[in-house]
Design a protein. Structure first.
Length: 107
């Protein structure tokens, strides 16, 4: 789910949801510096460095709002993604979204 979300691949994401994939699964990552040094296997999108360094656990919805991909965000919410899920420092996807854009909120 995270890989499909990161690459804005709605079709693969839909297939994973239909196969009963967990839209609320969390992934733990190390900070971007670890990946730049060759560690890890998840390539984080270009994001605010402070957010990346703080964020150690996130759901596909956290990732989608951080990437500012409206269609993926809307699809994940329709697929029952937990909008109240907390990342490692206690941020919800909505809090991240407000930090990414100027307050656009989904119904």
């Amino acid at each position: 789910m995270h890989f499909a979300t990161q690459h804005n691949n709605e079709r693969v994401l839909q297939m994973l949801v239909l196969a009963q994939g967990d839209v609320n699964q969390t992934v733990q990552v190390r900070c971007r510096a670890a990946f730049a040094a060759g560690g890890g296997d998840l390539h984080l999108p270009q994001t605010n460095e402070r957010t990346c360094l703080r964020q150690e656990r996130f759901t596909p919805l956290h990732l989608a709002v951080n990437k500012d991909t409206d269609r993926i965000v809307e699809y994940l919410i329709q697929a029952k993604a937990n909008i109240h899920a907390l990342d490692e420092v206690g941020l919800t996807p909505l809090v991240l979204r407000v930090g990414v854009s100027e307050g656009r909120v989904w119904q």
